[in-house]
Design a protein around this ligand. Structure first.
Ligand code: FE
Length: 171
C-alpha cells in the first residue's frame, strides 16, 4: 500500500532567493498609527509595497466627505470592497461591500463616498502609476510604489513607529 502523503508538508527548502512572505493579522485594525494619511478624510494601510514589480496592495479608507482625487490609470487596478460603499463620478455603478471591481488600463476616475456612508474600506491592487489629472486630462501629479513608500516612512516616523516600520511591507 502506498503512503498517503496528502497531508505531508512539502519536504524541500524553498528557493534560496525567494522573498519572505508577508502576514498581517488584523489588517482592518482601527489603530490610527497604521493608517497613512493621503488626503483629507483619505488614508491607506500598506500591505505589500512591491518595488521589484512596481505595484502596491493597500487598504484604502475614505470617510464621508472624503474624495480620492481624479486620476488616470495606465495599468489595471483590482479592488474588493470590505466595508461601506462608494462610486466614481465617471460611472453610474456603485461598488458595495463584498463586491469586486476591475479597472482596466485607460480609466480616469474620481472616487467619492455617498453622504449616508460613514466610511468605506477597499482592498486595492494598483499597478505602476496613478496620474492625478485635471478634468481635461492634464497631469498634475502622480503616485507610484516609491511615493507610497515615502509617505509611509514619513507617517510612521511622525507617529513614533519609526520610518523603518515600512520595511516589513516592502518586497
Ligand atoms: Fe483609481
Amino acid at each position: 500500500m502506498t503512503e498517503d502523503t496528502s497531508r505531508m508538508p512539502y519536504q524541500l527548502p524553498f528557493p534560496k532567493d525567494a522573498q519572505e512572505e508577508i502576514v498581517i493579522p488584523n489588517a482592518m485594525s482601527e489603530d490610527e498609527k497604521l493608517w497613512v494619511p493621503q488626503a483629507e478624510n483619505v488614508w491607506f494601510r500598506p500591505l505589500c509595497l512591491n518595488r521589484s514589480q512596481g505595484y502596491w496592495m493597500n487598504l484604502l479608507k475614505v470617510k464621508k466627505a472624503g474624495v480620492l482625487s481624479r486620476h488616470r490609470h495606465p495599468q489595471p487596478v483590482h479592488g474588493f470592497v470590505l466595508k461601506g460603499r462608494w462610486h466614481y463620478l465617471e460611472h453610474d455603478w456603485v461598488a458595495e461591500e463584498g463586491g469586486y471591481v476591475y479597472e482596466p488600463p485607460g480609466e480616469t476616475h474620481t472616487l467619492v463616498v455617498p453622504d449616508d456612508v460613514e466610511e468605506m474600506v477597499t482592498y486595492f491592487q494598483v499597478n505602476g502609476v496613478m496620474c492625478y489629472v485635471d478634468p481635461w486630462g492634464e497631469v498634475t501629479g502622480y503616485e507610484d510604489v516609491f511615493t507610497k513608500i515615502d509617505l509611509c516612512r514619513k507617517h510612521f516616523a511622525e507617529v513614533g513607529l519609526g520610518e523603518d516600520y515600512v520595511e516589513q511591507f516592502i518586497r
